[in-house]
Design a protein around this ligand. Structure first.
Ligand SMILES: *[C@@H]1O[C@H](CO)[C@@H](O)[C@H](O)[C@H]1NC(C)=O
Length: 230
């Protein structure tokens, strides 16, 4: 009875790992996927900030221009150069430092996928280990999501209020991260309760006499029999 629900929990963990993969391969791997996007006011270019760098879409050289892959970048400096406006040093330094935490995107992605494999492939013990791995992945996702919102929240407020005409908003990678966080939670809770409730039920069934129906046949077996005949 709990098996299909258990597999639904596994499925949620799988989808969460795919969403975290999308966040991981944001700009500069896939130019248009961003944690935060800024449509510049002074020309027709947009900046897409991703996990390991950033891109300038429609740059003056024609086409897109991207950085190499790097851990953390000076998001405040980039915005100052792009907009020719100032940026408070303290908040700029905070934002720059926090972008380093984005290295946890692939870590959360890998751990979530591993938790999916363990929780789905194994029995009760495996499911419990899967739940523990999923919990660790969930905490890491929480940390990296909080720092992403903090770092890019600072930049977003600054960009939208400095009168440059640029518009900053969170991109699809950020929303994938948020969705993954929610799915991880439900996947983890479902796998936990289905594994442990079915174990308790099995124990109870071993102890108690199986209920009989009108035909004197175990109602449990007849239900399985009916399924098999169909
Ligand atoms: C717009 O400005 C940015 C920042 O200075 C620059 O990188 C980009 O190439 C410019 N785009 C165009 C089309 O001139």
């Amino acid at each position: 009875m709990f098996r299909p629900i258990h597999y639904f929990g596994c499925f949620l963990l799988f989808v969460a790992s795919i969403l975290l993969l999308v966040t991981t391969i944001s700009a500069p791997v896939i130019n248009s996927i961003s944690v935060m996007r800024v449509d510049l006011g002074r020309n027709a270019s947009s900046l897409t900030f991703g996990t390991f760098g950033y891109c300038v879409l429609n740059s003056e050289q024609g086409g897109d221009w991207c950085t190499g892959r790097e851990i953390g970048y000076d998001v405040s400096n980039i915005m100052v150069n792009a907009e020719r406006t100032g940026f408070s040093e303290a908040s700029g330094n905070t934002a720059d430092g926090l972008t380093r935490v984005m290295v946890l995107h692939p870590v959360a992605c890998a751990l979530t996928f591993i938790s999916f494999l363990i929780a789905c492939a194994a029995g009760i013990i495996g499911s419990l280990i899967g739940v523990i791995v999923a919990f660790v992945a969930w905490v890491i996702t929480l940390v990296v999501m909080a720092t992403d919102f903090a770092a890019f929240g600072i930049v977003k407020n600054d960009v939208n209020e400095d009168g440059s005409g640029s518009v900053a908003y969170y991109g699809s990678a950020m929303w994938c991260l948020l969705a993954a966080f929610v799915l991880q939670f439900f996947g983890m809770v479902i796998v936990f309760f289905t594994c442990c409730t079915s174990r308790r039920e099995k124990r109870r069934n071993q102890a108690a006499v199986e209920p009989k129906n009108d035909y004197g046949v175990s109602s449990r077996r007849s239900r399985w029999g009916r399924w098999r005949r169909n």
